[in-house]
Ligand binder design. Structure first.
Ligand code: PMP
Length: 438
């Protein structure tokens, strides 16, 4: 009965999507899911089939679908004042900046709000260029930073870079990817040193020696949750600042307690960036993003700039409410607890299945990488896709990633309970055994 309904209603909407939208918008799954409603970690498709959501719309519904406090804040704001543009000052925007300021690294006291991670990245890059009077940027291979011309060029995955869109002035250093690194045989500190040395060489050999900034995700998300070695960020901060450039950290995926114990991913490396970018979980899925910077850096932008929708009162009300819930619920501690629960389960799966080559991540940002052979580490995107489909059959939403589509990414609501996580683990176990049976 349910099966039949799913096909009918979803099929109708999918046909309309196919007819009216750009084909480059590619949903997950052989038969894409048409979600219609959600509550906490649960989401339902338009025909009422329920899923346990361990991906939270790409780590965005940070306190769960339709959190009542966020719903209330948005509903009240939309009835009061829906739009002003940045030509006017609004209280929701200022309050959101204050609340952000309370959790960002101490020196990063100024915020600029936009609607998406991409725009926040653009803001960070422009700010770094304006402040330094320089134009060249160094990024990381396997990094992902968005879909504007500049962000696409920072992004270093061929499949995310459309033809004929290349722009100059961007170089890429090696990804600090221990599992897939030519330095994998070295110990952690020596690996960090080797990755940092590559950044130094890239600056010396592929730039004019005066870079405006080095930009990196704390944990490379799209690449499949690549966690750099412990001393990596201290070393690269030293290097880029040695050349007179700024350190920009992209916390779009890793931010807001997701990595456990701290508010931001970079806190785990004990480094304070010059500029930081955040989006996704900042407003529980509402279109909001922020670029934060030290005051003297923000002050250098004296030319006019405007954002019609940036800092929109509705998104800012969602942002302020989300930040309140996060603080009250102490999400860094919760993410550490639930992250450990998840990590134990993933390590157990790795012990059971030899096609799981690597388990990695921090807190509630955990991934498993699928390989055809543990020795050669040949990626297995086919089996990864099969696992995605099997999980869906088990009523479980998980994410796909990795340069070859060989990584399963897990990143649920930061408020997930122990029982909900246990249920998710049970479903993932069943999906894995389905895939193992072939
Ligand atoms: N940076 C990172 C690390 C991201 O993962 C993303 C989105 N996947 C972006 C930037 C771009 O964000 P948006 O899609 O909101 O433009």
């Amino acid at each position: 009965m349910t099966e039949l309904q799913t096909t009918t209603r979803s099929a109708e909407i999918l046909a309309a999507q196919h007819e009216h939208m750009f084909p480059c918008v590619k949903p997950l799954y052989r038969e894409p899911l048409v979600l219609g409603e959600g509550s906490g970690v649960w989401a339902k498709d338009v025909d009422g089939v329920e899923y346990l959501d361990l991906f939270s719309g790409i780590l965005s519904t940070s306190v769960g679908h339709c959190h009542p406090r966020v719903v209330q804040a948005v509903s009240e704001q939309v009835a009061r004042l829906g739009h002003t543009s940045t030509l006017y000052v609004t209280e929701p925007q200022v309050r959101a900046a204050e609340k952000l300021n309370a959790i960002t690294p101490a020196g990063l006291t100024r915020a600029f709000f936009t609607n998406s991670g991409t725009e926040a990245i653009e803001t960070a890059l422009n700010l770094a260029k304006i402040h330094t009077g320089r134009s060249e940027i160094v990024a990381l291979r396997m990094g992902y930073h968005g879909r504007s011309a500049m962000a696409t060029n920072l992004t270093a995955h061929a499949s995310w870079r459309p033809l004929a869109t290349s722009i100059a002035g961007i170089s890429h250093a090696i990804s600090p990817h221990s599992y897939r690194s030519p330095f994998g045989h070295l110990d952690e500190d020596a690996q960090a040193e080797a990755f940092a040395a590559d950044l130094d060489e890239v600056i010396r050999t592929t730039t004019n020696g005066k870079p405006a900034a080095f930009i990196a995700e704390t944990i490379q998300g799209v690449a499949g949750y690549v966690v750099p070695p412990k001393s990596y960020f201290a070393r690269v901060a030293e290097i880029i600042r040695g050349y007179g450039g700024l350190l920009i950290i992209d916390e779009v995926q890793a931010g807001f307690g997701r990595c456990g114990e701290h508010w931001f991913g970079i806190d785990h490396w004990g480094v304070e960036p010059d500029i930081m970018v955040m989006a996704k979980g900042i407003a529980n899925g509402f279109p909001a993003a922020a670029t934060v910077a030290r005051a003297e850096i923000a002050d250098s932008w004296t030319a006019k700039t405007i954002s019609t929708f940036g800092g929109n009162p509705i998104s800012m009300a969602a942002c302020a409410a989300t930040l309140d819930v996060m603080r009250e619920e102490d999400v860094p501690t919760r993410a550490k607890l639930r992250g450990d629960q998840l990590r134990d389960a993933l390590d157990t799966l790795k012990a059971e299945y030899d096609w799981i080559g690597d388990v990695r991540g921090l807190g509630l940002m955990q991934a498993i990488e699928l390989v055809k052979d543990r020795q050669t580490k040949e990626p297995d995107p086919g089996r990864t896709q099969a696992l995605m489909e099997a999980a869906k059959e088990e009523g479980l939403l998980i994410g796909l990633g990795g340069h070859w589509g060989q990584v399963i990414r897990i990143g649920p609501s930061l408020l997930i309970s122990g029982d909900e996580m246990a249920e998710g683990i049970l479903r993932l176990n069943r999906a894995c055994s389905r895939v193992a049976r072939g």
